[in-house]
Design a protein around this ligand. Structure first.
Ligand code: UDP
Length: 235
């Protein structure tokens, strides 16, 4: 069942060879599934590294696939987080799984729930809320609700590291499959366009996002130390 693993700059990453490979694991190993990309490899704070290492990191970006290959793993697929959650729903919603949906602004959040109900008739969403938690009391109420509704899978789209912190705290109260999704609901509802296939296939999705949302430039700077460490084999 267990896939090959490598430590990349202190983050343990699992080499899943295909969608079926990760979906089989999701079905029998309820943990946090954390998308690992160049940015996390370089910049994730230690508490997030610890959470990934205690759970399941997978290759969401072209950078993590390159690093795995450099470390001798041949059969590793890039599995973007923005597709993983939908594949989990596709495979498991007819098997009676219960889902909990968290994240994005109130408009995108509402549109996400509506679209899921249209695309997956009968989907069992046991709870949901947008990602803008005003205070600790709201955060705690959300964690309590997840514990009491007992979902099989919880999707949290709030950006990193906020979503990983929240999922880690939820996991302490209730065991389930947790997937952090960043801006995936924005893409799902069409609020933000996804990179065209050519960019995706050439490992340039990050560049497309940068060109569409130049305000992300600070985050893209992490690719420079990433490439340096890759070229000098220090990852
Ligand atoms: N977001 C949220 N709560 C917050 C901050 C952000 O729900 O407190 C949402 C935001 O609306 C967007 C997503 O989190 O949908 C962040 O997307 P981003 O592109 O930054 O994430 P990435 O995919 O790069 O991790």
């Amino acid at each position: 069942m267990n896939q090959p693993q490598r430590s990349i700059n202190g983050i343990t990453v699992n080499a899943f060879s295909s969608w079926d490979d990760i979906l089989d694991r999701v079905g029998c190993d309820p943990k946090l599934y954390v998308a690992v990309n160049a940015e996390k490899i370089i910049a994730a704070p230690q508490e997030i590294r610890d959470a990934i290492n205690a759970n399941i990191g997978y290759c969401d970006g072209a950078g993590s696939v390159m690093a795995m290959k450099q470390k001798g793993v041949k059969d590793v697929a890039r599995l973007p987080g923005c597709e993983l959650w939908l594949k989990i729903i596709e495979r498991y919603h007819q098997q009676g799984w219960k889902f909990y949906i968290v994240g994005a602004n109130p408009q995108v959040h509402a549109a996400t729930i509506e679209k899921l109900q249209q695309e997956y008739p009968g989907i069992n969403i046991v709870g949901h809320r947008d990602g803008y938690l005003k205070d600790d009391a709201e955060r705690q109420a959300l964690i309590d609700d997840v514990a009491s509704t007992q979902p099989d899978a919880v999707f949290v789209a709030m950006g990193s590291p906020k979503q990983e912190r929240l999922m880690r705290d939820m996991q302490q109260r209730h065991t389930a499959v947790y997937v952090g999704l960043g801006g995936s609901y924005d893409v799902y509802t069409g609020a933000v366009p996804r990179a065209p296939l050519w960019w995706q296939r050439h490992g340039l999705e990050f560049m497309y996002r940068f060109l569409r949302q130049p305000s992300r430039w600070r985050r893209q700077l992490h690719y420079i130390p990433f490439m340096w460490k890759y070229i000098t084999r220090q990852l």
